[in-house]
Design a protein around this ligand. Structure first.
Ligand code: PPY
Length: 351
């Protein structure tokens, strides 16, 4: 039920737009503007039903609030979902993106967007035709700062180093077995960093082209989808869609830590306790995957150069992750609860 989803959500506002020409639904969830205007990616995909799309927007927008609050980025949490019908004609993509831009324009600065699953910097260029100046991460050619993916991957990589430091007393990744689930813009770039650092990388994907690329050309060990959760490794790095950590998968895990770029990895925040009980260190998703948003917002609102953005990401992700691990250890709480506490403190202080 849409009513109960919204009633039980702790956010501020939901904008609902029915896109008559295509039959798509657009939801823009504004979870919090406590620390600044809401920002978050535009996710475009088809969903099983409209409720699932709304639920995704609501949950993802809350994740953005915490993502910005923990490292102290002055934006609030939001997310847009364009739920396209299953028989969606790709030809209507530019037009729907322009209508999405017009909607964001009408909001007058309540919500800023960037790319998420199913959208790219090229799509941001199209959204910006009607949605400027509220659109981040346009292509370099259009005067934007390009894709957040490589910066997210850099942050996840430095976060994995921090996890190794915590687990093994040593940041080095040499010979550590890392299983990367999903080889899209984040997972693919993460694999490059891991390979360069001497890690033993395994990967899983469902896309045939990606499998051929990483297995046959990169000669990495391929793990089929059905074996991902029970594959033995040091670090499991989810970099695909969410809710991969749940009551079904957690008992199967044979890793020392979960540290990856996907949003909403826990099906329920309660699952963090289950990971702790199993002795698996969890790097909270919104802490370790902030690099993309941090870099793009820094470059587009603070005037950072690219190398400065990289430096900020590579310093801040490890710093905040160490703080989370320390708080969790001293308080005897999950890392998820520790990250949430840091976020809530900033939110209640308004800074
Ligand atoms: C995310 O970090 O999940 C995003 O939504 C990406 C984002 C947000 C704001 C600007 C650029 C990218």
């Amino acid at each position: 039920m849409m009513e109960s989803l919204i009633r039980e959500w702790d956010g501020e506002t939901v904008i609902v737009h029915y896109d008559r020409p295509t039959g798509a639904w657009i939801f823009i969830a504004i979870h919090s503007t406590r620390l600044g205007p809401a920002a978050g990616g535009t996710r475009m995909k088809s969903y099983h039903d409209v409720e699932a799309a709304l639920q995704d927007a609501l949950r993802l927008s809350a994740g953005m609030t915490y993502k910005f609050a923990v490292p102290g980025i002055p934006f609030g949490g939001g997310k847009a979902v364009i739920a396209i019908p299953s028989e969606f004609d790709k030809q209507s993509c530019p037009a729907i993106l322009r209508r999405h831009g017009a909607l964001i324009q009408q909001l007058g600065g309540l919500f800023f967007t960037g790319p998420d699953f199913g959208t790219t910097s090229e799509d941001m260029d199209i959204i910006a035709e009607t949605g400027a100046p509220y659109i981040f991460s346009r292509t370099l050619a259009a005067g934007g700062s390009g894709s957040p993916g490589p910066f997210t991957a850099l942050g996840v990589f430095t976060g994995i180093q921090t996890v190794c430091e915590h687990l093994f007393g040593d940041m080095t990744l040499k010979s550590r077995r890392v299983l990367v689930q999903g080889t899209g813009s984040v997972g693919g770039a993460l694999i490059d960093h891991l390979g360069a650092a001497g890690a033993k990388v395994m990967f899983s994907d469902v896309d045939e082209g990606a499998i051929r690329h990483f297995r046959d050309e990169f000669e990495l060990k391929f793990v089929p989808a059905e074996a991902v959760y029970r594959t033995e490794c040091d670090i499991f790095a989810p970099c695909a869609l969410g809710a991969v950590l749940n009551a079904d998968t957690i008992p199967q895990l044979k890793c020392r830590a979960v540290a990856g770029g996907a949003n909403n990895q826990l099906a329920d925040p309660e699952n963090a306790k289950h990971l702790l009980d199993r002795g698996i260190l969890y790097a909270p998703d919104y802490v370790i995957n902030v690099g993309g948003a941090m870099a793009i917002l820094g470059m587009e609102t603070q005037g950072w150069a690219r190398d400065q953005a990289e430096k900020e990401v590579a310093e801040n992700v490890p710093r905040v992750l160490r703080q989370v691990f320390e708080l969790a250890a001293t308080e005897g709480i999950t890392t998820e609860a520790a990250a949430r506490r840091i976020a809530e403190e900033r939110l209640s202080a308004g800074m």
